[in-house]
Design a protein. Structure first.
Length: 256
């Protein structure tokens, strides 16, 4: 039986709102990254590739790499949403760790089927508000698989993918055919309003030293959501920068 994803993330939390500015997040974050690498080492390789049809901003067929755990299903599932530079190595690390914990993981490629390689210099080439439809198309596709528990599908996005996860949170009420159990956004851009009633729970993992997508707007969004009665948690790692889980990065990265 898989460890509940919320419980796993709870073990990595530095501060939930209301939060202080302590520094104990660094050892916990290091532990998370180590757990990801070790989990990847013992997990099985990826299985089949899924085709996922979308219609916005134009008709296209996306691809997703499916990581399925052993044992009898159906299993809960997590859709992984890459950042502005496409599918990167740490997506596979997350996927294999989730697989080892008993989840089906789908690494969704939102770019190749659209002829895109990167949108880091122009994120509006595929806005999060449009890319959010990919999440529901992927959830519907996963829900049709016998090895997936269709009522237990979550999505987890990173940077541009986190921005996408936030828009999926806002627009979930428009997609009753593909209900999401939860959404997780790592270092997202947080501009935009609140969803209507019935939005799934949202967890945001933020870097206090993030100079690309600063944490402050996300903390403000979490507080506004709390006051509106929405289920939103924001976790701040005070010393972390953007892409703090991307173990493949070695030093500063400049985007033109």
């Amino acid at each position: 039986m898989p460890i509940p994803l919320a419980a796993v993330l709870q073990a990595t939390r530095a501060h939930s709102l209301p939060f202080s500015t302590g520094a104990r997040s660094v050892p916990l974050l290091a532990f998370l990254l180590l757990a990801l690498v070790l989990g990847a080492a013992r997990a099985a390789i990826a299985g089949e590739s899924l085709g996922i049809a979308v219609t916005r901003p134009a008709a296209a067929t996306l691809t997703g790499e499916l990581f399925t755990p052993g044992g009898d299903g159906p299993h809960p599932a997590v859709i992984l949403l890459h950042g502005c530079n496409g599918v990167s190595p740490h997506m596979k690390v997350w996927a294999t760790w989730l697989q080892a914990e008993g989840y089906v993981a789908l690494v969704l490629d939102s770019f190749s089927g659209r002829g895109l390689k990167t949108v880091c210099g122009n994120p509006l080439a595929l806005p999060g508000s449009v890319r959010a439809d990919d999440v529901f198309a992927a959830a519907a596709r996963l829900g049709a698989l016998k090895e997936v528990a269709g009522s237990r599908i979550a999505a987890m996005g990173f940077s541009h993918g986190g921005w996408t996860a936030l828009w999926a949170w806002r627009t979930a009420g428009r997609h009753p055919e593909a209900r999401l159990r939860a959404l997780i956004a790592l270092y997202p851009a947080c501009g935009g309003g609140l969803p209507g009633g019935g939005a799934p729970p949202l967890l945001m993992l933020l870097g206090g030293q993030d100079d690309w997508t600063p944490a402050e707007p996300c903390l403000g969004l979490a507080e506004a959501a709390r006051l509106a009665g929405r289920s939103v948690s924001a976790v701040l790692y005070p010393e972390a920068r953007h892409a703090f889980d991307a173990v493949n990065l070695r030093g500063p990265l400049h985007v033109a």
